[in-house]
Design a binder for this molecule. Structure first.
Ligand code: NAD
Length: 487
């Protein structure tokens, strides 16, 4: 590590953050955080036990009433202050994120800007929480509704966007007047710990936010999910884990928001602007090294233009520079760990064994670090696993379709329903296809959908609820109705 890298890492408080204090775990245990580009240890972090989880929930419960009673403007100003600090420190935060997660510095900066923007957006939403008052249809009574914070929350976040997946929950929860316990992914706890310090500096009262990194995710989270003091679980991660958490939540009928896996189809129709489609494909596929729930997972291209599209996309991806994310000019960093690289490798070999051809890339690369070449696979047959499983890597499998109906059937032929991408210049076709797609979001001639002002979320096995937009804060509010007699 360079001196600057060392300084950025050692600046992070690596304890548990509970009730406004940094402390070691009850067991004294710590776990290592690794740089996926070098396979070397960056630092160690306190490893929370179930007792620590309980203490964190107790702190959140203790702070709930006074936080809910804090004026919305004050809550919003704390978020706004944290937004300013994040943006002022973006260089250090980006380096920290690249070190623990791998993506290029440019991508880390983009994530941090997006992450901070949730604080700015929800700072503005905090003061717009309202209810309604109306006369009942028959007269004689009034309908009064009020919106109140749901109460103490548990947030479980993934490693692929270590800060944005946190702020997308913390921002609206703080704005709504909820307190919270956050369990970040063990691969990338440092960005969340740095964020906790920033929120404390911005004036967030003790106990409103508590952070408990741990290597025993289930051991710490399950007792909290079954604890009646907890009122809400918001999870971002795989569908497999999401299903288990929903089951655990059933016991106390806990409110849940679930942002789960995706298998995004990227449809290119014969009338599409092919240059724009290739630009969009590079964005939708390569953002975050392909490790995004919104990543274009499979490309369905009209048979008349598939060869042309494959050639152009392969030319673009072959020019990307793979390397350590901290290095100048690097476009594509390593995958998060050895297991993820093996998954990507096995999906590629399965597609090739079934008749797909490698138009570019196809192999791991580098002496150390979990690097995989940007890859384009042409003529991928419909039974290839890569068309149905989440790739989470820099691989673009291309299959073909013959008609609009065929495209829609293939696009919807999955348990997932997070996002889809559509490239066409025909307005009627665009609207018909958007209506027919079974996903919560559609990128129409756009390779990226993430936007703080928009409701992000999926249907089917991709999740429940929305994050961001006007809808984002509703996930943290309960509606109470008061029937007022007024003869
Ligand atoms: P993961 O489900 O393995 O882990 C996510 C989080 O859950 C981590 O904090 C992990 O420690 C925790 N966890 C794992 N097992 C648990 C258990 N038994 N009990 C409680 N917590 C547990 O997912 P991942 O590999 O970290 O992230 C990748 C997945 O996340 C992909 O499927 C991706 O599509 C999804 N994702 C979805 C969105 C979205 O908004 N829909 C965004 C980012 C990532």
């Amino acid at each position: 590590m360079s001196e600057r890298e060392q300084a950025v890492v050692s600046n992070v408080s690596t304890g548990l953050f509970i009730g406004g204090k940094w402390r070691e775990s009850a067991s004294g245990a710590r776990f290592d955080v690794e740089d996926p580009a070098t396979e070397k240890t960056l630092t160690s972090v306190a490893d929370a036990t179930p007792d620590d989880g309980d203490a964190a929930l107790a702190a959140a419960v203790g702070a709930q009433a006074s936080w809910a009673a804090t004026p919305p403007r004050t809550r919003g100003e704390i978020l706004r202050g944290a937004y300013e600090t994040i943006m002022a420190r973006i260089d250090d935060l980006a380096l920290l994120m690249t070190l623990e997660m791998g993506k290029s510095l440019q991508e880390s900066r983009a994530e941090i800007t997006y992450a901070a923007d949730f604080f700015r957006w929800f700072a503005e939403e905090a003061v717009r929480i309202s209810g309604r008052y109306s006369t009942s249809p028959a007269g004689g009574s009034r309908v009064l509704t009020m919106q109140q914070p749901v109460g103490p929350c548990l947030f479980i976040t993934p490693w692929n966007f270590p800060m944005a997946m946190g702020t997308r929950k913390i921002g609206p929860a703080v704005a709504a007047g909820c307190t919270m316990v956050v369990k970040p992914a063990a691969e990338t706890p440092l960005s969340m710990l740095a964020l906790a310090s920033i929120l404390a500096e911005a004036g967030l009262p003790d106990g409103v936010l508590n952070v408990v990194p741990t290597t025993s995710a289930r051991g710490v989270s399950e007792p909290l999910i079954r604890d009646p003091r907890l009122r809400k679980l918001s999870f971002t991660g795989s569908t497999q884990v999401g299903r288990m958490l929903i089951e655990q939540s059933a016991e106390q009928v806990l409110r849940t928001s679930m942002e789960l896996g995706g298998n995004a189809p990227f449809l290119v129709f014969e009338d599409a602007d092919l240059d724009a489609a290739v630009d969009g494909a590079v964005l939708a596929k390569m953002r975050n090294v392909g490790e995004a729930c919104t990543a274009a997972n499979r490309f369905h291209v009209h048979e008349s233009i598939a060869d042309d599209f494959t050639e152009r996309l392969a030319a673009r991806l072959s020019r990307l520079r793979v390397g350590r994310g901290t290095e100048e000019g690097v476009d594509v960093g390593p995958l998060i760990n050895a297991q993820q690289r093996e998954t990507v490798e096995s999906l590629v070999s399965d597609a090739v064994e079934r008749g797909g051809h490698v138009a570019t890339g196809g192999s791991r690369t580098g002496d150390s670090g979990y690097f995989f070449e940007p890859t384009v696979l042409g003529n991928v047959p419909r039974d290839a696993r890569i068309l149905t499983e989440e790739v989470f890597g820099p691989v673009a499998p291309i299959a073909t379709f013959g008609s609009d109906d065929d495209a829609l059937v293939q696009a919807n032929n999955t348990e997932y329903g997070l996002v889809s991408y559509v490239y066409t210049r025909d307005l009627q076709r665009a609207l018909r296809v958007c209506e027919g797609l079974e996903t919560g979001m559609v990128g129409l001639n756009a390779g990226i959908v993430s936007n703080v002002a928009a409701p992000f979320g999926g249907v089917k096995a991709s999740g429940i609820g929305r994050e961001g937009g006007f809808e984002g804060i509703e996930e943290f509010l309960e509606t109470k109705y008061v029937s007022v007699a007024l003869p």
